[in-house]
Design a binder for this molecule. Structure first.
Ligand SMILES: [Zn+2]
Length: 353
């Protein structure tokens, strides 16, 4: 029997500190998409009505039964259009679902993350791609992974200014875009910082932080600033070295190749210019969750990257990752909880064991 863990009303005192029996039962309803009746409750303090569904990630969804399949489909590189055809959903419904699911997964990713265990090391790189038009709208995608487990700590896209060989046609195309949208900004530094900061956030227990990057000149100062000069072991490899499995940066190069493929498929000219990059970022968030929690590290492994780092104790299914809503931070219900245990409680029980 479901027990509501807290009042869903953030302004109610039973949201942060729920007292026992803060609610009373209030009948039930029968949704069309489920065979069992869903119990309803009322908060005794604020009077807010809610049900078990209020705590679920598919709260208010149309066709929630398709969410897990949609998640798997996009994470494995099928574009939105093909996914909508396969699932028999309209394109706009598929897009809405994609956005909601990706945002949920991004929050969950940050909620479930613990501190990196000893012996972890980080690899960072930026891959270059584009949004919409290759010759005028390049993007940089900074990405940070844990080296041994291939856990993706973060990836996001940032606009950069067009560079490299300039033909007359390319110059003209750039001028035209600038007239229309203004000069293209370079926001890559901000994204690089934010991405490395994700590493700082989970490296608090490490005495030394080993960070592998290429030899880009801006990295050493920034990395020292963020991780602390004394803790940082910065290993730099020239990007001219052959990108074979012997290359020290092979793990990040390999992970980038997977992301690049996904970004290619998510990049569509039909999206509004302002929306395109946001879509790519949501695609990356969705792929990260799948890569970290659902997939095995390598095909011959049994464990997922997140499991290897000790963040969860088994591989998870797409459905489990889409179970409980995660917008209340560590007060959210943990997707592997027994009953209605919060993320915070789940983690402390696990750390104590
Ligand atoms: Zn309340």
């Amino acid at each position: 029997m479901f027990q509501p863990p807290r009042c869903p009303n953030r302004r109610c005192r039973h949201h942060r500190r729920p007292e026992p029996r803060f609610y009373r039962r209030h009948g039930s309803y029968r949704p069309r998409c489920r065979s069992h009746p869903v119990p309803r409750f009322i908060c005794r303090t604020c009077g807010r009505g809610f049900s078990r569904q209020t705590f679920r990630a598919d709260y208010h969804d149309h066709r929630p039964d398709l969410n897990a399949r949609l998640f798997r489909s996009i994470a494995s590189g099928v574009g939105l259009r093909q996914t909508s055809r396969n699932l028999g959903l309209s394109l706009s419904c598929t897009q809405l679902k994609f956005r909601k699911i990706a945002r949920h997964l991004r929050r969950q990713e940050l909620n479930l993350r613990g501190q990196l265990p000893r012996g972890s090391s980080l690899q960072f790189d930026e891959l270059e791609t584009f949004e919409g038009r290759r010759n005028t709208r390049p993007l940089s995608v900074p990405m940070l992974i844990e080296k041994k487990t291939r856990y993706v700590l973060w990836a996001e896209s940032a606009p950069i200014r067009p560079r490299g060989r300039m033909s007359r046609a390319r110059k003209e195309a750039i001028r035209q875009e600038e007239r229309k949208y203004g000069p293209r900004k370079d926001l890559s530094m901000r994204s690089v910082k934010r991405t490395l900061q994700r590493g700082v956030d989970v490296a608090k227990n490490l005495d030394k932080v080993e960070l592998f990057t290429d030899e880009k000149s801006t990295y050493p100062t920034l990395a020292k600033q963020l991780f602390g000069k004394k803790r940082l072991l910065h290993r730099r490899t020239s990007s001219k070295q052959a990108r074979t499995t012997w290359n020290p940066l092979f793990p990040i190069n390999h992970t980038e190749a997977m992301a690049r493929d996904l970004l290619g498929r998510l990049r569509r000219d039909s999206w509004l210019v302002s929306e395109r990059r946001r879509y790519l970022d949501l695609g990356l968030a969705l792929w990260m969750a799948w890569r970290n929690y659902v997939r095995r590290r390598f095909n011959y492994d049994d464990e997922s990257p997140a499991q290897m780092l000790g963040f969860v104790d088994r591989r998870m299914t797409e459905g489990e990752l889409l179970s409980w809503r995660q917008d209340w931070g560590e007060r959210s219900v943990h997707p592997l909880a027994w009953g209605n245990e919060s993320v915070a409680r789940w983690m402390s029980r696990r750390n104590a064991a």
